[in-house]
Design a protein. Structure first.
Length: 214
């Protein structure tokens, strides 16, 4: 059973769930109608000292599903050209299969029962992921279907910041505005922010326990 400040295996730290950080780039805000254009995930691991850290990064471009809406303003933000001939994108089924295979492996290797999505405004990412899973007819989704961990809340609690860039800087992380809105960059920075907050929480309780020890 998890107790703050006590080294805990990953399989027990988050009630059997393995946190996996996900970010999507899309053609809009509606997961039912707007295209999923890019998705990235970062699995996490625990070191010998009980600190969590980023492990493997997986990413792929995604071919818009038939009839998908793509808002020009969304493309202005994420800089994606869905029709670029060198984009090397996968259809939704193949993209999710490519992503889910290492996630399932990480869940198994960490002795966990399922993945839980970590994201910045995580409901957005989970809704687009679930919509793509349904369209693709994938039956074995490794992620919990509705629970998630949101670094907006983590950043607000730990640093008083809800914007990813500001929370990352407040956490002492370097932020490259030129790389922002790439699924890989945003996912890796969200992973680092999540690990920073969790590890600081553990350190706080470890220090508190040491200060009261005889």
């Amino acid at each position: 059973m998890y107790e703050p400040g006590t080294p805990t295996p990953m399989a027990e730290r988050f009630r059997g769930f393995l946190p996996v950080v996900v970010d999507v780039e899309t053609g809009g805000f509606n997961p039912a109608t707007d295209a999923l254009l890019e998705i990235a995930a970062v699995t996490l691991r625990m070191d010998e000292g009980g600190r969590i850290e980023p492990d493997e990064t997986i990413s792929t471009h995604v071919i818009p599903f038939d009839g998908a809406n793509i808002e020009p303003k969304s493309l202005e933000v994420n800089g994606i050209d869905p029709w670029h001939p060198l984009r090397a994108a996968r259809n939704e089924h193949d993209a999710l299969s490519f992503l889910f295979q290492p996630v399932r492996r990480a869940v198994r290797d960490n002795g966990c029962t399922r993945a839980i999505l970590v994201g910045h405004n995580a409901a957005f990412d989970l809704n687009f992921l679930n919509a793509a899973v349904e369209r693709a007819g994938i039956r074995r989704n490794p992620f919990h279907p509705f629970s998630f961990l949101d670094t907006v809340s983590f950043g607000a609690l730990a640093f008083g910041q809800t914007v990813l860039a500001r929370a990352a800087r407040a956490a002492g992380l370097e932020w490259d505005a030129g790389e922002a809105h790439s699924a890989v960059y945003d996912t890796e920075m969200t992973a680092r922010l999540f690990c920073t907050v969790v590890n600081q929480w553990e350190a706080l309780h470890t220090d508190s326990a040491s200060s009261v020890s005889p």
